[in-house]
Design a protein around this ligand. Sequence first.
Ligand code: ZN
Length: 246
Amino acid sequence: MSEILKTEAVVLRKVSQGDSSSIVSIFTPDYGKFSIIAKGVKSLKSKLNSRLEPFNHIEVVFYRRSSRDVQMIKSADIIEVHGGIVEDIDRYMFASAVLELFLKLLPDNERHEILFKGILRILKLFNKSEENPKVLFVKFFLFFINEIGYGFQLDKCQISGHKLSESGKVYYSYNEGFLCDECGRDHLTNFNFSAELFNLLICLSSKNKSMVCSSEDLNFLIIFLQKHVMFHVDNFGGLNSLKVFE
Ligand SMILES: [Zn+2]
């Protein structure tokens, strides 16, 4: 038996299925991420199809059967369309990268209310805020990996426990994490952080609102964060939306 449920959701992806249907990946506060099929939505008369575009915040009614991988949609209504995202190439690219984080790194059917609040907030910011989309993305990426358990210890060296310097070099190794100058010189490390760059990482990890950062430093952090996740998560090959950085 299937039950009928109603929930809020953010649309992560929509792909065609046959001539007339779509399979839509959604993220919800109560049931986590899962796929639903919308049948017959590609006819000209279907309003449902346009409500199921990526970035949309919707309310969806669906039939759920736990034995099934793909649930069946009954209806959907718009709560908010984030139309500002698709009007700007940078906003679109970084907002797409956010959706990709959810698609690639979150397991299906796992409830995660903080991440649901987080995705609504970041989509609103991409939609309307004047803040640089690249800065918004790096801040969100740091928040996201922290929530899924791959965050960093930024206060102390992972070998000696010494406080990490705000004025000297800091090292990072995939196996250990961040190391002080002394330990970094004795171990195999993968990245060197100048004091400036390390302070930027701390700044972007905190709720601190405004900061000055160069585009090159942000590009470095975007590559660094992807490599960090690639080391810890099998099958994660990086974010396709951001391939331009490589
Ligand atoms: Zn140390």
